[in-house]
Design a protein around this ligand. Structure first.
Ligand code: ZN
Length: 411
């Protein structure tokens, strides 16, 4: 994918606005001598922005408009240190609602639907984004927020909610409660819109079958509006990203260069029309890939794959970028294996080697099992690992998150 003329012109306007506003980011661009872009080459030379830059601008250093034009702020759920504050203008808030309403439409949700919203409201962008999109669409918002399962289920049955908006873990919790209370016949849910969490195929299948609903993955991050900047359509071939509001790149996290369509890398986003806090080439650290070709739905909006993890987890082996999630998914497709595994990467005789240790229950032929795992891994990532099958319980377990990837090349 290359940046279009129109997108380039929009980025140029964004840069000039930032510099004129003389805000934190505008000064940064000015310092390095950037005053606009007129070609693809110019664009590719633009520096990336990072979460740390946004933290440095705390509290309102990102604002690119005068105070009276800011109508709201959101803050990212900073786990450590200084939070990031994103100011929004009236137009930003509207644009976000337009994008979110489009997400609902792509999921086949209409005015007739009753949308049960469980993500939190407040500084976080979640709940209010789901709600604004719902109102824009004209559906009925049922704004529960998180927690209080009794009330959730009462409202869900009495009001006949047809769409559930939730994190994957909360959707699963509700599914289990519904099952436990034997009230499944009173539930009218048809669809689930599930936001921003890494979740595996096993969890997805459980939610889908236990609640009997279609699932849609919604993408977004507070720094760039919030959830609602992309969603999968009913053909479920990846998430369409609204590239009339954002320019999407996938880069090699090590080199910073764009990777060819279809290859995995880090999602980088540039806002095209944002007023309150425009961001240029913002590194999300989310790993995905552009899905080449056209979606059967006919939409021209580009598609990205399910988020495969964070760029910090990436391994580069034989020149190929590999993520633990890809291996995990392959292993999860074998019911004979436990969920424990270890990946060791070493450099032997001038070559990178990947060894994968997996556990089985002992009823299978180890050599045959190893061969089948190696073949499936090869078809997923492009090269053959050495697979060692061990007895159940051999691999170490710990209460906390176990270390599973060992890169021994630089020891
Ligand atoms: Zn589609």
């Amino acid at each position: 994918m290359t940046i279009s003329k129109e997108q380039l012109a929009q980025v140029d306007v964004q840069i000039k606005r930032l510099i004129a506003a003389d805000n934190f980011y505008g000064r940064k661009l000015k310092e390095i001598g950037v005053d606009g872009v007129s070609s693809v080459e110019d664009f590719e030379k633009l520096p990336f922005s990072q979460k740390q830059d946004l933290r440095d601008a705390y509290p309102l250093g990102l604002a690119a408009v005068p105070d009276e034009e800011i109508v709201r702020i959101h803050s990212s759920s900073g786990t450590t240190g200084v939070p990031v504050i994103i100011p929004y203008t009236k137009k930003d808030v509207e644009d976000w609602a337009i994008m979110f309403a489009r997400c609902y439409e792509f999921a086949g949700i209409t005015k007739q639907d009753r949308i049960h919203i469980t993500p939190g409201y407040g500084l976080w962008t979640a709940g209010i984004g789901f709600q604004a999109g719902c109102e824009r669409l004209g559906a009925m918002a049922i704004p529960l927020g998180p927690g209080n399962t009794d009330k959730q289920l009462q409202m869900m049955t009495d009001l006949g909610s047809t769409v559930l908006c939730a994190t994957s873990s909360y959707a699963l919790l509700l599914a289990e409660e519904i099952e436990k209370r034997g009230i499944k016949d009173k539930i009218k849910l048809k669809k689930g819109v599930i936001g921003s969490e890494r979740w595996g195929e096993k969890m997805r299948t459980r939610i889908r079958t236990e609640l009997g609903i279609e699932l849609y993955d919604i993408y977004g991050l507070t720094e760039i509006y919030g959830p609602g900047i992309g969603i999968n359509c009913k053909y479920d071939t990846g998430m369409h990203i609204w590239d009339d509001y954002l320019y999407l790149e996938i880069i090699d996290p090590e080199t910073g260069k764009n990777v060819p369509d279809g290859e995995w890398g880090e999602i980088v986003l540039t806002t095209l029309v944002k007023e309150g806090a425009p961001l240029i080439r913002y590194r999300t650290h989310d790993i995905s890939r552009i899905i080449p070709g056209e979606c059967p739905c006919g939409s021209k909006f580009p598609r990205i794959d399910v988020i495969a993890g964070r760029s910090d987890d990436m391994m580069k082996i034989k020149g190929v970028n590999v993520f633990p999630k890809q291996i995990e998914e392959v292993l999860a497709s074998f019911p004979e294996l436990s969920s424990e595994y270890q990946i060791h990467i070493s450099h032997l005789e001038g070559r990178d080697t990947m060894r994968i240790y997996v556990e089985t229950n002992g009823t299978v032929d180890f050599a045959d099992m190893a061969k089948r795992v190696a073949e499936r891994v090869k078809s997923r990532i492009g090269f053959t690992p050495l697979v060692k099958v061990v007895e159940l319980g051999v691999l170490p377990r710990s209460e906390k998150k176990s270390k599973r990837v060992f890169d021994e090349r630089y020891d």
